[in-house]
Design a binder for this molecule. Structure first.
Ligand SMILES: [Zn+2]
Length: 297
């Protein structure tokens, strides 16, 4: 088993987030570090992850061992710490070892059979999952296998990421209502639009649009209802509901739907249970949006 202390995890996560601003996924960079630790008979205790660099060029550097190992102070090695593996990030890409990663890991395992590769994707973090896997290659050194690890204490991984993110980047917290048909949060705008006067039995086209400061990972969840408030109890009809899981979304139309009023009564088209979450997966409940339409005979 491998043990990792919370402070080491948070140190590497901070390095990962410095190179992957959640609010700017176009400029995410992978980063890499060396893992130091102490090897006992049946355990490896990770003591530190030393950042080496970020970007794509570092993957060439990581195989230049003399250069890489010169970054580690000899005093630390003398204190019983050894290089037990290497760590790198796959921001938004998922957890796996690529072909290049496997070749790098082959060299690490040649130096020490217990050496491992730690891969972290900050977007995979949840309350109960650290967002990383530890890998070693099988006996033939061709297939990656995950290796079990544990932390020196229990904590909420998502809370760690959120704290670090808000330390590094300023994140506004509260949704703002701009008008009855528009709401905004984290510079993300959601807008409901359609005619406010239509003849009875004519289709009314309603559009739900999103405006983002840039393409980004986002999750949107909503339910669109019509309500006829002139009747008691007012009938509510579900028109449409949708969940878009975290996807790279650019500004544009989220959905278009039509509604054909059968009675000459003012009708409300209401978006209920609207949730938005940005890359950090902070799911925010937004206020209801409401479009009032006059129906004419
Ligand atoms: Zn990789």
């Amino acid at each position: 088993m491998i043990q990792i202390p919370k402070h080491v995890y948070e140190k590497f996560l901070r390095f990962a987030l410095e190179n992957a601003n959640p609010l700017d996924p176009r400029n995410w960079k992978e980063c890499i570090g060396l893992v130091l630790g102490r090897i006992t008979e049946d355990e490896i205790l990770i003591t530190d992850i030393v950042p080496i660099g970020s970007g794509t060029a570092v993957f060439v550097d990581i195989t230049d061992y003399e250069k890489v190992f010169s970054l580690i102070l000899p005093s630390r090695i003398n204190a019983g710490e050894v290089i037990v593996g290497w760590a790198h990030t796959h921001p938004g890409l998922g957890l796996f070892l690529s072909g290049t990663d496997i070749r790098t890991q082959q060299m690490y395992q040649q130096m020490h059979p217990k050496a491992f590769a730690l891969v972290l994707d900050p977007t995979k973090i949840s309350k109960n999952f650290s967002g990383f896997n530890i890998y070693r290659l099988d006996e033939l050194r061709s297939h990656p296998r995950t290796v079990d690890y544990y932390f020196d204490e229990y904590f909420d991984f998502l809370a760690s990421r959120e704290t670090l993110t808000s330390e590094l980047y300023l994140v506004p917290e509260v949704p703002v209502i701009i008008s009855a048909t528009e709401v905004s949060w984290n510079a993300i705008n959601i807008m409901l639009s359609g005619d406010t006067e239509i003849p009875v039995n004519q289709p009314l086209e309603v559009k739900l649009e999103i405006n983002l400061p840039f393409c980004q990972f986002i999750r949107v969840e909503y339910q669109i209802n019509t309500e006829n408030l002139a009747e008691d109890p007012f009938p509510m009809q579900l028109l449409h509901s949708k969940t878009i899981y975290h996807e790279i979304i650019s500004s544009g139309t989220l959905s278009i739907f039509t509604f054909r009023p059968k009675k000459i009564k003012p009708t409300y088209i209401r978006i209920k249970n609207l949730f938005l979450s940005d890359y950090q997966q902070k799911l925010q409940k937004m206020p209801d949006l409401c479009l009032k339409t006059q129906i004419k005979g």
